[in-house]
Design a protein around this ligand. Structure first.
Ligand code: PDD
Length: 278
């Protein structure tokens, strides 16, 4: 496995960073996870725009050709179906100090791991999941794709212990998103998802679903969703770059709809598959 670190393409074991790196000490860093199918980045521009948003929020200034680095890294890793992890930290000051030194040189790291091409595998292979609902313990800037993921990891573990695969998060009576995904509900043929803001990550898959809904005349609306609406919905879905669009068949102890993968999900999955292959 070849990884990228600060200008070098090296075997993973050879990539080393300082113990004083602020990403390590403070989670002073941001990241992206970008799917590549047959070596080609999927919605790459959208991911890079979100990366720029995250970097701006941290006031990390960088002039860097992300696309060139990523395509070289993907080629060095066989150009197959890969998810690329890209992390940028503020760098190391050689000591632990909270205050930001604007002169620090950011650490840039990227690596690849194999990803399923669920669109290629086909709709029958998609398995519905169970989710739990739990408190959203995260900070108030979830629009920044920061690496401080401890709350996300703890709620995912809570989900696992309850026999579920994801956790949807509740803040002030409203559902925000999942531990590592966005979510949708369907009521009488209309798709609903929470609006973009500082409480959720602006998912690239979420945005594409809304775009494709508009193009295909499927009604959709961005609105706040509470627990009652969630458990009474006809369909519930989650979305992310690595998992695509996954139907949720159970929320806590409630069966969603008739407990089967829903027709609107099915239609959206087919539209999504067609888009991905065009
Ligand atoms: N997670 N919300 C959160 C909190 C996420 O971590 C993610 C993605 C999403 C979906 O965004 P997108 O559709 O652009 O992947 C929403 C990535 C995959 C991860 O952390 O591994």
């Amino acid at each position: 496995e070849t990884v990228y670190l600060n200008g070098h393409y090296v075997p993973a074991e050879e990539a080393k960073i300082s113990v004083f790196d602020r990403g390590f000490l403070f989670s002073d860093s941001v990241y992206e996870v970008i799917p590549f199918y047959q070596g080609v980045g999927f919605r790459l521009d959208e991911h890079l725009q979100r990366l720029e948003h995250s970097l701006r929020a941290l006031r990390i200034e960088l002039d860097f050709d992300w696309a060139s680095m990523l395509s070289r890294l993907v080629a060095l890793n066989g150009s197959g179906n890969l998810s690329v992890y890209l992390q940028v930290t503020r760098g190391s000051a050689g000591k632990r100090v909270h205050a930001i030194d604007p002169k620090l040189v950011p650490t840039i790291f990227a690596c690849c791991q194999p990803i399923r091409d669920i669109y290629q595998e086909g709709i029958e292979r998609v398995e519905g999941i169970k989710v739990i609902v739990t408190a959203d313990l995260r900070w108030r800037r979830c629009d920044i794709k920061a690496t401080c993921l401890l709350p996300n990891i703890l709620v995912l573990q809570q989900a696992k212990e309850a026999g579920a695969q994801e956790a949807l998060l509740l803040r002030d009576g409203t559902l925000t998103e999942g531990a590592s995904c966005n979510f949708f509900i369907v009521e009488r043929g209309v798709i609903y998802t929470p609006p973009i803001g500082t409480e959720i990550l602006s998912g690239t898959t979420r945005a594409l679903i809304l775009e494709l809904a508009d193009q295909n005349g499927i009604p959709r609306q961005e609105t706040d969703i509470d627990y009652q609406r969630l458990i009474n919905a006809d369909e519930v879905w989650i979305s992310s770059s690595t998992r695509a669009i996954v139907p949720v068949l159970q929320v806590d102890d409630y069966v969603v709809g008739d407990g089967l993968k829903g027709p609107v999900w099915q239609r959206m999955f087919e539209i999504f598959t067609r888009y991905q292959h065009q």
